[in-house]
Ligand binder design. Structure first.
Ligand code: CU
Length: 189
């Protein structure tokens, strides 16, 4: 009698153990499946990030802090841009290229960024008379945020400055008679 109970008990234990093992196996399988799924997800994300990094080289990270701008002036008295956009807080690295062949005394170009309160026509007219100071009128220096020097054909200059406060500004060439054609908007977003 006692033996039978013992046997029963052992059987029960075995059954219970089996049941527990099954449960354990199920849990394990689920965990493995879950972690596999998770890994795949992670892998996918990694691949995505990897691809993005490939598409956007580290240089582009630098581009967020620095706005590289190139603008050309030619012998037809024209800039190749009438609008330049940068973001507030950016450092602007601006290159002016005179892609023409004419002398700077005949077809000189500079790139001058004016303050928002500047009277564009007044600055343009005063500049025309300021040959002594590279066509930047001495008494209107405060109307210029920044400017390059006057360039002749084939020359170029790069200037660096911090983007001013958000808003729309005027840029122009201050060589006599040029500002009417050679001007545009410098927009800080
Ligand atoms: Cu010019």
């Amino acid at each position: 009698m006692l033996k039978q109970r013992k046997v029963n008990f052992v059987l029960y234990l075995i059954q219970h153990k089996l049941y527990t093992m099954k449960k354990l196996i199920l849990v394990l399988v689920a965990a493995v499946a879950f972690s596999c799924g998770d890994n795949k997800k992670e892998e996918k994300t990694d691949v995505k990030i990897g691809t993005q990094v490939e598409e956007a080289p580290p240089a582009e990270v630098v581009d967020d802090a620095v706005a590289n701008v190139t603008i050309e002036g030619n012998d037809q008295m024209k800039f190749n841009k009438t609008e330049i956009r940068v973001k507030a807080g950016q450092k602007v690295k601006l290159t002016l290229k005179h892609v023409g062949k004419m002398e700077k005394t005949v077809m000189g170009h500079n790139w001058a960024l004016l303050t928002q309160d500047a009277d564009v026509a007044a600055v343009g007219q005063a500049s025309a008379l300021a040959s002594e100071t590279d066509y930047i009128p001495a008494d209107m220096q405060d109307k210029f945020i920044v400017h390059t020097k006057m360039l002749g054909g084939g020359e170029s200059e790069t200037i660096e400055f911090d983007a001013p406060a958000p808003g729309t500004y005027t840029f122009m060439c201050t060589f006599p008679g040029h500002y009417a054609l050679m001007q545009g908007k410098f927009i800080v977003e």
